[in-house]
Design a binder for this molecule. Structure first.
Ligand SMILES: [Zn+2]
Length: 163
């Protein structure tokens, strides 16, 4: 084997490792950019959303149970954030919790972030869209397997696109 071929053999795997290491960084950088595009002021959100949706997404409001048509949505498809259109849940993750709010046992990877909220004195885990920060609902530990989670979501905070 010539010196050149040997170097080539070493270089190719090295280059793909570098590419592998750099790629997530690029993805991260671009998602950061789009996150900045979605940090709007309260009045900008107010212009963009209906008063009901604004109250939920930007003021952590809660809709009346059994008020959302998405509660009974059973078609195959994807649920998106009503603020920024980021995909949050797949229809496969939805189940009937009987609570009157659309419920899911899992979210799409990294589409939501959580925080602890003390609004009802007893701490609850609030969750929101990871891109625009829009409030979606609360997550509880009484959901079905395999996660045991119940993402209790406001229907007005979501849009649904059937497949
Ligand atoms: Zn969003």
């Amino acid at each position: 084997m010539s010196n050149f071929t040997r170097r080539l053999f070493i270089f190719i795997p090295f280059a793909s490792i570098i590419n592998f290491i750099l790629k997530p960084e690029r993805v991260f950088a671009s998602s950061k950019d789009s996150q900045e595009n979605w940090s709007l002021s309260k009045s900008e959100w107010n212009d963009k959303l209906s008063p009901e949706v604004f109250n939920i997404l930007r003021e952590e409001g809660t809709e009346r149970p059994f008020s959302s048509p998405l509660n009974n949505e059973k078609r195959k498809g994807t649920f998106y954030c009503a603020g920024c259109n980021q995909a949050l849940f797949l229809s496969e993750y939805k189940y009937d919790s009987g609570t009157g709010w659309p419920s899911f046992w899992q979210s799409i990877n990294s589409a939501i972030e959580t925080k602890i909220d003390f609004k009802l004195i007893v701490p609850r885990t609030e969750y929101h869209c990871s891109r625009c920060g829009g409030h979606q609902g609360h997550v509880f530990n009484d959901g079905p397997q395999p996660t045991g989670k119940r993402y209790c979501n406001n229907g007005l905070a979501l849009t649904f696109k059937p497949e």
